[in-house]
Design a protein around this ligand. Sequence first.
Ligand code: PEP
Ligand code: MG
Length: 550
Amino acid sequence: MQLTGIPASPGRAGGRVVRVADAPGEPPVGPVPTDPDTEADRIGPAMEVVAARLQARADAATGDAREVLEATITMVGDPALLDNARGLVAAGRPAARAVWEAGSQFADMLAGMGGYLGERAADVRDVRDRIVAELLGLPAPGVADLSEPCVLVAADLAPADTAGLQPGIALALVTEQGGPTSHTAILARSLGIPAVVGCTGARSLGEFVIVDGATGTVDEVSSAAEARVEGAAAARATWDGTGRTRDGHLVPLLANVGDAAGAAQAAGRDAEGVGLFRTELAFLAATEEPSEQRQRAVYDGVLGAFGGRPVTARTLDAGADKPLPFLTLDGEPNPALGVRGLRIARVPGAGADVLERQLAALAAAAKETGAELKVMAPMVATAEEARFFVERCRVHGIASAGVMIEIPAAVLTAREIMAAVDFVSVGTNDLAQYLFAADRQSGPVAALNDPWQPALLRLIRLLGEASAETGVPVGVCGEAAADPLLATVLVGLGAASLSMGSGSLAAVGAALAEVTLEQCRARAAAACAAPDPAAARAAARGGPDVLSGA
Ligand code: PEP
Ligand code: MG
């Protein structure tokens, strides 16, 4: 049997299936506790047990994984959750039911807020389920401690489960739910674990499977030996730390990072620099603009990990799915199409001064650490905006200034934009969202946001052509760059550098080293000519199902 889901983290691996325990169901409303005080007193200790288990996982984790686990632990100990649950016990609910209701209310409230906070609703439901299971004496939901290498198959995986996984033990992940930008997908990429999400029917798979996280396919095989052969092939995919094609065409492979820990991890994985430092991620919880000094401390940490190598910092990309409380306009009917990214820096009294202070802090951090700083602006639509941004960078002595290409209008005016900047970097996540008018966070329209969509590839081809003409380099820093096969297509389309979650560097480096630049170009031409994403993948792979005329 072969199943197909959404490719979420590249790489191929095979092994024995381990099914992940489902969360406990909704507990019954009764019976009314005979001694409400004693019943309510069970909740605090249950929360402590859950927090201690997660803390043990956090202690063994680093980077993104540790952060996710620590955020989850904070939710477990939330005094409001405890108070509300105790109140419900006083009103006659058993403890497990009370935690269920209090947790569900909190999760529904977050879900109603949408955006980044809305995505945290799943984390709260996970915390709720863990405490409920503890109170009912059921096994903890999610992944048990694994001792043997295996492929994990689940309805869905909570971020706390994904974050605790060991790459050599969890060989691959397959989930029935989730989209390509879900937390599970992002963490799997950052851990370098191949993953397929949104794979309907996965829980009925047999004992051994082979997972291809680049194509989204999961194949049942009949023996452990067959599955292991794939695992061994994947392990052979090594990278020597320099991004280049087989014939020596250099394509620096860079990392996407959000903080100093992620930067240190990326440096340890041989990233040739940072292609996207998402500066806003450090300040998501800040209610006031962080002082220049606090910003410098964060920037020093990232730039310091890459002394002498290029680090491309993106100025605050506030708004839509990443609202910064101190830098987001209230009451916008459609934030993804509103004042987000660079736009807010042009609103006097809202973000203009924030941009100046951020550029000053970045320039100071570069001086201090000796890193080769490049700065780029998110959500640029016109050449006039690009000129404005470059001028602001120059005022602060920043020698290399560029813009992200995330809006189709910016592709169509690429030559004018390139005349103003030192480089451009394609954000394929947003470029797909705005090209297809399909919310990147929405599961039902996820297929439109597939980076293999030929329309997206043809748009990137236009950028490659403009780059060849103007000599201004175009990099790619969206998730598309993390897919090894697609990475070779992007190079064929003219990408001069690729930036990705550092867990994907080795697989992309190995894939690039196997092909010549001419082969990359042939793959790009075939993928662009294909009628749909599946055919584009097949065409790039040169498989038997390449369409005639493609
Ligand atoms: C993108 O849009 O592709 C991108 C890299 O930026 P972000 O995902 O942070 O919006
Ligand atoms: Mg973006």
